[in-house]
Design a protein around this ligand. Structure first.
Ligand SMILES: Cc1cc2nc3c(=O)[nH]c(=O)nc-3n(C[C@H](O)[C@H](O)[C@H](O)COP(=O)(O)OP(=O)(O)OC[C@H]3O[C@@H](n4cnc5c(N)ncnc54)[C@H](O)[C@@H]3O)c2cc1C
Ligand code: FES
Length: 254
């Protein structure tokens, strides 16, 4: 059940200039149950310019901690990346529908940029269920491949960088794994063009595929209708409540 909770920033770990990992712990009580692919709406403290809470994926959560991986994209995410240790943050969670956990066979988790965020917890949960998980992570350059050690600890991990500084040289969508490996299910999160390219490959190869959409969101709970996505089976639906994770068969992507 979704709830509004206060969290304290235990640690703000910077990844270069562009990214920060916020390790939060509840001020009172314990974390509610969360599923991989769900997100939070976080208040940016002391900022009139960011009246609306910002949607951020759950990177990792256990009973004591919540991790959010944040990329600087504008006023709100800049402020969150610079937030000092000890600050109290108001967070609404857990929101939306996450990735399927009842998957079978060879599972590939494909992430691009900060879109890798929800895949860490997803991978960990799938491994706990005895599923063979591989990760394919894409970034512009090696220093932007986030949490590589944590992914490697969880499962076999391949990397693609646009400048060739680590792993396959090129976009993650040109990695041979996507075209050649035996894959039964793909879970994907990243920039929209990347997810559309992965979806096209999955369709062509007949692979089941889920993607996590980052439509613009305001309320995050189905009230403002600013996040609608046109679907094949139900017309316009709120990505914040029906998603953010959708099976590609529901999306009108060409
Ligand atoms: C379900 C979901 C999960 C997300 N997970 C993460 C995450 O784990 N890490 C992360 O760094 N980012 C994540 N994002 C994107 C993040 O919410 C936006 O980058 C952030 O809201 C931008 O706020 P801002 O004040 O920094 O930017 P602004 O100054 O408001 O705008 C800068 C840019 O961000 C875009 N933007 C603004 N508001 C939103 C919004 N509410 N939703 C989407 N895009 C927006 C604008 O189109 C603009 O291009 C997620 C978005 C969604 C919808
Ligand atoms: S963000 Fe308000 S309805 Fe989805």
């Amino acid at each position: 059940m979704k709830t509004v909770m206060d969290f304290v920033v235990k640690e703000n770990v910077r990844h270069g200039n562009q990214y920060a990992l916020l390790r939060l712990s509840p001020v009172r009580g314990t974390m509610p149950e969360v599923a991989p692919g769900q997100f939070v709406q976080i208040d940016v403290p002391n900022s009139r310019a960011t009246f609306l809470r910002r949607p951020i994926s759950i990177n990792y959560a256990d009973q004591r901690e919540l991790w959010l991986l944040i990329r600087r994209s504008g006023v709100g995410t800049n402020a969150l990346c610079d937030i000092p240790q000890g600050t109290t943050l108001s967070v609404v969670l857990p929101l939306g529908h996450g990735f399927s956990l009842d998957v079978k066979g060879n599972v590939l988790l494909v992430g691009g940029g900060v879109g890798i965020a929800p895949l860490l917890m997803l991978g960990k949960r799938l491994v706990m269920r005895g599923i063979d998980v591989k990760f394919l992570l894409g970034a512009r350059t090696s220093t932007e491949v986030l949490q590589l050690d944590l992914f490697r600890q969880t499962g076999e991990t391949r990397v693609a960088t646009e400048d060739g500084s680590l792993g396959h040289h090129g976009l993650v969508t040109t990695h041979p794994l996507l075209e050649q490996a035996e894959i039964d299910h793909i879970a994907c999160c990243g920039p929209l063009p990347m997810m559309k390219a992965v979806a096209a490959i999955a369709r062509q190869r007949g692979i089941n595929c889920e993607v996590s959409l980052e439509n613009r969101m305001a309320c995050g709970m189905g009230a403002c209708l600013c996040c609608v996505e046109d679907t094949t089976d139900s017309g316009n639906v709120c990505a914040c409540t029906e998603g953010p994770v959708f099976n590609i068969n529901r999306l009108k992507w060409t």
